[in-house]
Design a protein around this ligand. Structure first.
Ligand code: ZN
Length: 320
């Protein structure tokens, strides 16, 4: 290729990038994502996936999250505009493992050949690491950073398949992200293991922290790790206050002499507030933690910051 043609192509590329950059500044994130700009359009059901897609995809990918903010991904149903997003996406990543069970979303994901259930793929390669409760699969795999790290390779692989020219780029970025996740996992483990073992017991709003308890609160290779965690609501928050579940959580707190309960950012505080007030009536002061934990929602934080924040809040309150 002659130098003149090379110069013309470079100038054209600069113009395209410049237009893309101006578009990004002038359009809303959704309008930009829906616009044609030559990038791979990726839709993720929750931010915990979307953040990994951002990190691996970088400049070659436009990433959008379907379930916004603090909404419950378990029961999310499609709303106006979602159909267009699902249609527009080149790739759709979702957790699977029964997480996205709202009927309209679930039906669409299962029937789409561009939708990839990252959690189900992790289950296929590491079935022994996937938890169940009462024979129901626990979908909250992102709550153990080392387990969620296995999603990175799956995402890089799918992006490379959709955009073979970017394969090296995705592989290199995936390796960097895996390193960062590994060090965050070790940091969290160190931080939480500084709490004496007999204080590492956790009560939150719903069963989102079982992977977390196994990985960060239990002793290494502790068989009976599930004794470290309980929640008044089950694997999916249903907002129903069941007196038996409230009582079980109170007994758990008293048995382990724990004096704090942790609300989750996107789940009603009613159940944990009830636990605190019922304990108070029994003459035992239980604090309702003012800082929320992040389970199903990231609270707008990048995924790894969300996990570090959980570790800090828990360590701060269980330590003393
Ligand atoms: Zn959940």
């Amino acid at each position: 290729m002659s130098a003149v043609i090379k110069n013309i192509l470079s100038a054209l590329l600069a113009v395209v990038l410049c237009v893309s950059c101006t578009q990004k500044k002038s359009l809303s994130p959704l309008a930009y994502w829906m616009s044609e700009n030559g990038k791979i359009k990726v839709l993720s059901t929750i931010a915990q996936i979307g953040d990994l897609v951002d990190a691996v995809g970088g400049e070659r990918v436009d990433s959008l999250v379907l379930v916004p903010g603090e909404l419950d991904p378990h029961s999310y149903e499609l709303v106006k505009g979602d159909g267009e997003k699902l249609l527009k996406a080149d790739l759709i990543f979702y957790i699977g493992l029964g997480l996205e069970h709202g009927a309209s979303l679930s039906a669409l994901l299962k029937s789409s050949d561009k939708a990839i259930p990252v959690g189900d793929e992790i289950r296929r390669i590491s079935p022994h690491e996937i938890l169940e409760k009462d024979e129901v699969v626990d979908p909250h795999i992102w709550m153990d950073v080392s387990l969620w790290q296995k999603a990175v390779g799956r995402i890089a692989e799918r992006l490379s398949k959709a955009d073979p020219d970017g394969a090296e780029y995705y592989t290199a970025r995936a390796a960097l992200l895996e390193k960062e996740m590994e060090s965050t996992h070790l940091y969290m483990r160190d931080r939480l293991q500084q709490i004496p073992s007999d204080r590492r017991f956790l009560v939150t709003s719903h069963d989102a922290f079982r992977y977390f308890a196994r990985s960060y609160l239990a002793e290494p290779r502790e068989k009976d790790w599930s004794r470290r965690f309980t929640a008044p609501e089950g694997l999916a928050p249903d907002g129903q206050l069941n007196p038996v579940d409230i009582r079980r959580a109170i007994d758990f707190l008293h048995k382990h002499r724990i004096r704090v309960v942790f609300p989750e950012s996107n789940v009603s505080r009613d159940a944990v507030a009830k636990i605190a007030s019922a304990s108070r009536e029994m003459g035992i002061e239980v604090l309702l933690c003012k800082k929320p934990l992040y389970g199903d929602s990231t609270g707008g934080l990048p995924y790894l910051e969300m996990m570090r924040s959980n570790a800090e809040v828990i360590a701060e309150h269980l330590q003393d």
